[in-house]
Design a protein around this ligand. Structure first.
Ligand SMILES: [Zn+2]
Length: 45
């Protein structure tokens, strides 16, 4: 039954890089030079 005791895969921690910023709307990390969030379409500038 060992297979059922395995931990679920943990999501990697989101750490903003030097060139990344979090979308103000959805929190997705996007490039700081990106004009809009690719996930939700919110304009970043
Ligand atoms: Zn977004």
């Amino acid at each position: 039954m060992g297979f059922f005791n395995r931990k679920k895969k943990e999501k990697p921690k989101k750490i903003p890089g030097e060139d990344e910023v979090a979308c103000p709307n959805c929190g997705t990390l996007i490039h700081k030079d990106a004009r809009m969030c690719y996930a939700c379409g919110t304009m970043t500038k």
